[in-house]
Design a binder for this molecule. Structure first.
Ligand SMILES: [Zn+2]
Length: 195
C-alpha cells in the first residue's frame, strides 16, 4: 500500500503539472462583482430559458472609455447605479463587461437573463465594451478579451457551439454597439447577418 500511495502521489503531481498550464490558458481571469465593488442585486435574475445561450449580443456603453482597472471599475459601478436607480432594474443589465484595460468584469454572469437586449434577454449573453465605438474601434486588448470570454463560455457549456453573434442594433432600434464596432464585428467568428 505504501508503494501504491507514493505512486499515486507521483502520478497526480505529474498530471497536475501537465494540466495546470493548460487550464490557465483556457480560463480567462474574470474580475468578480466583489472585486469591482458591485451592489447586491435587488432580486435574483431568472435563468436563461435557452441554455446554453444560442446568442451573444454585443454592446458599447457610450461615454468615456477606460484603460485601467480602477477607472473601468468606477465606470461599471456607474452603470450599475444607473440601471438600478434610473432604469429600475434588479441589477446591472449586462452579463459581462469588458474594458480597454483588457479585463473582463462579471455582471449578471453566466446562465442568467440580463436586461440588455429585449427580446433576446432570455437566450443571450450580453457583453458590453466600455466606451463609445461610433467613430473608432475598441483596442486590441478589449477585442481579445471579448473573444476569450466567448471562447471560454463555449468551452464550459454556457454558450452554444454554433452560437450567433449579433450587434445590439440587430435586435432593437438602437445605434449600439456603434458604427465602427459594428463594422468590425462583422468579420468576427459567428457574426450572423440576421438572428
Ligand atoms: Zn446595447
Amino acid at each position: 500500500m505504501y508503494i501504491t500511495s507514493a505512486a499515486v502521489v507521483t502520478i497526480a503531481a505529474v498530471y497536475l503539472t501537465l494540466l495546470i498550464p493548460e487550464t490557465k490558458a483556457a480560463t480567462p481571469q474574470i474580475i468578480s462583482r466583489a472585486q469591482w465593488g458591485a451592489r447586491a442585486a435587488k432580486r435574483r435574475s431568472p435563468n436563461l430559458t435557452m441554455h446554453p445561450a444560442p446568442y451573444v449580443v454585443l454592446h458599447h456603453s457610450t461615454g468615456a472609455n477606460c484603460d485601467t482597472q480602477a477607472i473601468c471599475q468606477l465606470r461599471i459601478r456607474g452603470f450599475q447605479n444607473y440601471h438600478m436607480n434610473s432604469k429600475g432594474w434588479a441589477d446591472i443589465g449586462y452579463n459581462f463587461i469588458v474594458g480597454e484595460d483588457g479585463n473582463i468584469y462579471e455582471g449578471r454572469g453566466w446562465g442568467k437573463q440580463g436586461a440588455h437586449s429585449k427580446p433576446f434577454n432570455n437566450k443571450s449573453i450580453g457583453i458590453c465594451v466600455i466606451g463609445d465605438y461610433t467613430n473608432r474601434t475598441p483596442n486590441t486588448a478589449a477585442v481579445q478579451a471579448v473573444q476569450r470570454l466567448i471562447d471560454h463560455g463555449v468551452s464550459i457549456g454556457e454558450i452554444k457551439n454554433d452560437y450567433k453573434l449579433l450587434g445590439h442594433r440587430q435586435t432593437w432600434q438602437t445605434a449600439c454597439p456603434g458604427n465602427s464596432l459594428y463594422t468590425m464585428m462583422q468579420s468576427w467568428p459567428h457574426w450572423a447577418p440576421a438572428a
